[in-house]
Design a protein around this ligand. Sequence first.
Ligand code: ASP
Length: 341
Amino acid sequence: MMSAISAGAQQARGHRWAIVLHGGAGVIERSSMTPEREAEYRAGLKRAIEAGAAVLDKGGSSMDAIEAAIRILEDDPNFNAGKGAVFAADGTNQLDAAIMDGATLRAGAVADVTRTRHPISLARAVMEKSPHVLLVGPGADEFSKYAGLEQVDPSYFFTERRWESLVKQLDKEHLPVPPRPQGAPPAPKQPLAEVEAPEVHKYGTVGVVALDRAGDIAAGTSTGGTQAKRWGRVGDSPLIGAGTYASNQSCAVSATGTGEYFIRLTVARTVCALVQYKGMKLQAAADEVIHHDLEALHGDGGVIAITPDGQMAWSFNTPGMFRAKLAEGGKLEMGIYGDEP
Ligand code: ASP
């Protein structure tokens, strides 16, 4: 049932549901993007946010909206999550995801999974069907089968574009190139014309924050991590408080960027702490963490965020971040480059 406070907050904000989404931050510039590719990214962001919005508009929960939107981005090979995930240095795709429910502070997360088509649904299953918050590696893959989630052969995650990008990076770093993964389609005769330079690999992680008609907020993030990662490296995305956080007491946040900085700064939780304890507006809190704390460490990336009273924010210090937001009765706002509103 809606409390008097949340009913009042809803009146104040003028919309009863809202959703914000990111598709990763990084060196995303007009000069390195073809019009066709840009159109594909925009179409992907639109499909995902509209799926989440449809859930919210029908009175569905913020958790359901997040899962619906992220599953679409996980199936879209343009994003670094699910199909389209970057490769680790050993030639495997190691997927991380987390989801958190701001109403109850329950959360679920997975790291280094290799066989679940939709890691965000696995994160949610960890929250709902296990007593734990974070499962990793083969154990998480095992739990996925037990939870009845769709299993795929690891080669399902293979994309030529990510593979060639990995090979380029390993060559540049003088690291050994692993054999082409088993089950991957035969190598094309010509390398793809359009493969990102290794230094622009850090984008494509996806994340969604949402507010539902009941006044509850949630956050979710899904990623293949950073390209050519080694030694079982895990980033911020599946770590509650670093890349993903939600509490109805403050805000919901999903982050993207070089995870090591976001872990050290507990970025997602810090944005919410500024809102909760300092009474800061959401945009100011997000800007403080990204443009002050993150920059002080020379870290790079961004966040999206939402509050139970309907404030929406994004903030990033990279040249671009794939992003979109939509609220009940409002217009879809979408951006890729830093100079868009
Ligand atoms: N934050 C992710 C990680 O470090 C990567 C990204 O957002 O692009 O694993």
